[in-house]
Design a protein around this ligand. Structure first.
Ligand code: FAD
Length: 317
């Protein structure tokens, strides 16, 4: 069976959940092999993590020539690996950086590329949500090695034992790929909450919060969720732009999205309508968000959310 390469998403060797989702999707297409680009000392730990999700091999690419630069060296490294492994497909977790890596890789391999897939079936047909979520498109790469970036939370990770044999892979990065260097990077402020685009649950607030996000944050913390915001909340200065969900903010696709005091404008929907289950709390029963929801509560969020938060805490014991 041909290999399917999955780029491991990690922070300092800590493997992130989208990797497991991609390994699960990769198993539909062939034999999953994970690709770790990072410190040589961290490869064994990463291999341990992906072992439980069916990775038969873990290609370890030392990032000594890669980490101080922007995306070009990563694309070059993956192209060299693809040249040796001849994979049936290459899957990358969707992120701004990985989409650029994928695009450069597609050029180098003279292959087709699909970005932001939300599903892949066993014949390689990828599903995308396009035009602000108004259309669902199914597509298949017909040229070269299919390269597909997949949005976080697109598949439920399925545990399956794999050998996860660490295979060091030497790369030679050209000077041409090292023309853009990272001069400074600022880590995201640690909030203790999951990253918005990767969270399984997102609890968002809009203008209806009146600027008081405490009820939204209280429910988010009880559920272990990320906090999101509408543009109205961001434009009012209540939340930073990094929290904005929508056309000009982040696109999220969690298992559960809870919209509180958000009317459901098309630009907000564009960032959240592929969520698996949508719940809204809004005091206006005519609010357009209710056209979209699986469950809707007509009420004041400042009364409803604390009650739900208490119920969640009680249920968790
Ligand atoms: P509103 O539309 O004012 O809705 C507030 C809701 O809260 C109402 O439905 C009200 O009934 C309810 N409410 C009030 N008080 C309470 C209460 N106590 N309890 C419960 N419910 C209550 N918007 C985004 O969100 N993301 C984007 O990325 C984005 N990009 C945009 C790009 C462009 C080019 C443009 C033109 C607009 C964009 N917008 C975006 C803005 C978008 O059109 C809406 O203006 C915005 O989403 C409205 O935010 P909101 O739902 O919080 O506020």
């Amino acid at each position: 069976m041909a290999e399917v390469l999955v780029l491991i998403d990690h922070v300092d060797g800590q493997v992130k959940k989208p990797t497991y989702e991609l390994l699960t999707l990769a198993a539909k297409l062939g034999e999953p092999s994970a690709v770790f680009i990072g410190g040589a000392d961290a490869a064994a730990g990463a291999a341990d993590a992906v072992k439980a999700y069916g990775a038969e091999k873990v290609y370890a690419i030392d990032d000594a020539q890669i980490k101080g630069y922007l995306v070009a060296p990563k694309a070059e490294a993956l192209a060299q690996l693809a040249g040796t492994a001849s994979p049936a497909a290459i899957l990358l977790p969707s992120s701004a950086e990985n989409k650029e890596v994928a695009a450069r890789l597609a050029i180098k391999l003279d292959s087709g590329l699909i970005t932001d897939a939300v599903d892949i079936d066993d014949s390689g047909v990828a599903t995308q949500s396009v035009f602000a979520g108004n259309f669902t498109v199914k597509g298949k790469v017909s040229k070269g090695t299919p390269i597909i970036t997949v949005k976080p939370n697109s598949a439920a990770p399925v545990e399956k034992a794999g050998a996860a044999a660490v295979t060091p892979f030497e790369v030679t990065i050209s000077d041409a790929a090292k023309t853009a260097q990272i001069v400074a990077s600022q880590p995201r402020q640690a909030s203790g909450r999951p990253e918005l685009t990767e969270a399984a649950i997102v609890v968002s607030g809009g203008r209806g919060t009146g600027g008081d996000f405490s009820a939204v944050e209280g429910l988010a913390d009880a559920l272990g969720a990320a906090v999101g915001a509408s543009r109205a909340a961001v434009d009012s200065g209540w939340m930073p732009h990094t929290f904005q969900v929508g056309q000009t903010g982040k696109t999220v696709s969690p298992q559960l999205y809870v919209a509180n005091g958000i009317s459901g404008a098309i630009q907000h929907r564009a960032g959240m309508q592929t969520s698996k289950t949508i719940v809204a709390v809004n005091k206006d029963e005519e609010a357009p968000i209710f056209e979209l929801v699986d469950f809707g509560v007509v009420g004041d969020l400042h009364a409803v959310l604390p009650a739900v938060t208490d119920a969640v805490k009680a249920a968790k014991g």
